[in-house]
Design a protein around this ligand. Structure first.
Ligand code: ZN
Length: 514
């Protein structure tokens, strides 16, 4: 079995999903989980794109030990210098440089001749190698590039010191047969190709990102790039969990494996969904709620007689339905601490105290507290912005009935510490609540998207809400949880506003690439 390296770009390409805007603490939690999951390389961001991105990449590079951390850079000295400052503290500093090679990108976007693209790439790879031991070079829009031009430029950047060559299908245009042939062609024609790792990077515009990635592996790719849950621009990237599980389940056919600890799959998927607000559809392969549910009578009958009649893999393999002890009213601090260790969560004394307090409050209202509930509580604390909250919810009341006009009354503490109050009506309870919050908050607010989900099942499940707002013209998302749906909705709304106010200085407009 040859080992395929997994290169995760959830925090870079994935974070470019419309409406996704993670803060530093959230990015760090995802990075830690990716390290536990066993990804070989994680792309933490694009350091030169904004101060916020720089800080997040630096924090991750300085913290993560078992996974190589990389950052994206354009073929410019200043980008490479900034990336070095962010990444130099990592265990194995690694840079990801890219430049487009397709005729349409070179002519219209870059306004550069193929010769200029070649020379710039060679020069910047050389420059980057003076600092970074590992330099990946990507031919943006490779799948719409001239194959012989690719052969030439790849040969030259390898001579200049590139250690990884990435062949992105930037627009999600290629097919498995074509992409596989391209890898084979490069291996046959680039004379020094054996000196580097060859990497795939696929987008899912035609629904073929995973199939294309595996076709690349069958034709000599030794690294696969993608994201958790396949999030990313437009239709997203290749889902790494699907690639890894396909190689595992069909190990009779594919002779490749990954280092991923597959039993961490579900937890990784849940964390990314929770923090980005991009939930996976119920029928999503591997991690969807229904991925292992058998509904029809014939299937259920078969399963009862022999599970393998309809089951090609077990839910336990990917960490679904793992038997877990519920925690309840009588669970003590010790059991609680052990549970958190099981999640791989490290909490400091203050965080632990706060988490335990929240847990006890929840047990007053909920008979059985599930792993999902605990995870939600702890993630709220680990990624909380309340310590630096600008607006704080003091109290609220919403009146709703089929015969009267929904009305909300809200009291907030505003950024200057003053308590402000208002009451408004709306067509429904959430609208009345949001109208009132809008009235009390000075920024220009527009609600773009609103979601409400339950954490786990049962009548007493926690509610989790995600909102996307446009604040002074800028999209910002927020999330909040509570036992009541209206309270969760209020928390999510205020979370978005607070995030906007906090991020204003650190996050300039995201530069969208690749
Ligand atoms: Zn991409």
């Amino acid at each position: 079995m040859s080992k395929i390296k997994i290169f995760d770009t959830t925090l870079r390409d994935g974070e470019q999903s419309p409406g996704v805007n993670l803060n530093k603490a959230e990015k760090l939690e995802i990075a830690k989980q990716l390290e536990r999951y066993g990804v070989d390389i994680l792309e933490a961001g694009f350091p030169a794109s904004s101060k916020g991105d720089f800080e997040a990449v630096k924090l991750i590079a300085d913290t993560i030990q078992d996974t190589s951390v990389t950052g994206l850079a354009r073929t410019r000295k200043e980008d490479i210098d900034i990336a070095w400052d962010a990444l130099k503290g990592s265990a194995e500093p690694r840079l990801h440089l890219f430049l487009a090679t397709s005729p349409i990108h070179m002519e219209y976007k870059l306004k550069m001749t193929p010769e200029e693209v070649l020379n710039t790439s060679v020069e910047m790879v050389k420059y980057a190698r003076q600092k970074f031991p590992q330099v990946e070079w990507s031919a943006e829009d490779a799948t719409r590039s001239d194959w012989d031009f690719l052969v030439q430029i790849i040969e030259d950047v390898i001579n200049a010191g590139a250690t990884v060559i990435n062949i992105p299908d930037t627009t999600g245009y290629t097919t498995p047969g074509e992409y596989g042939s391209l890898f084979q062609y490069l291996r046959d024609h680039v004379s020094n190709i054996d000196k580097v790792s060859l990497s795939s990077h696929c987008h899912d515009d035609l629904g073929m990102a995973v199939a294309n990635s595996i076709a690349a592996v069958e034709n000599g790719a030794t690294q696969v790039e993608g994201s958790i849950n396949g999030i990313g621009e437009r239709a997203g990237n290749a889902s790494l969990e699907e690639v890894a599980v396909a190689l595992k389940v069909r190990s009779d056919y594919y002779k490749y494996s990954t280092r991923l600890k597959l039993e961490e799959t579900k937890r990784t998927s849940d964390l990314v969904a929770k923090l980005t607000g991009m939930y996976v559809q119920a029928n999503k392969a591997i991690v969807g709620r229904n991925a292992f549910a058998h509904e029809s009578g014939i299937h259920q009958d078969g399963m009862l007689k022999n599970k393998q009649t309809y089951e090609i893999m077990t839910p336990e393999m990917v960490g679904m339905n793992s038997d877990s002890l519920f925690m309840g009213k009588h669970s003590g601090r010790h059991a609680f601490g052990d549970k958190l260790k099981e999640f791989g969560m490290e909490l400091n004394q203050d965080e632990l105290k706060e988490a335990f307090k929240q847990f006890k409050l929840l047990t007053d209202r909920k008979k059985e507290v599930t792993d999902d509930d605990l995870y939600t509580i702890v993630m709220e604390i680990k990624t909380d912005t309340s310590a630096i909250s600008k607006y704080e919810l003091e109290s609220f009341q919403v009146q709703y009935g089929t015969t009267n006009i929904p009305t909300a009354t809200v009291a907030l503490k505003n950024p200057s510490g003053k308590q402000v109050e208002a009451a408004c009506t709306g067509q429904g309870s959430v609208e009345a609540l949001y109208e009132t919050l809008d009235e009390l908050i000075e920024e220009d607010l527009h609600l773009i998207d609103y979601q409400i989900n339950s954490v786990g099942g049962g009548k007493d499940a926690l509610a989790e809400s995600h909102v996307q707002l446009k604040i002074n013209g800028e999209p910002v998302n927020g999330r909040g949880s509570a036992q009541d749906v209206i309270e969760a909705s209020a928390n999510a709304f205020l979370n978005a506003v607070n995030r906007y106010l906090i991020n204003q200085n650190t996050k300039s407009k995201k530069e969208v690439v690749k």
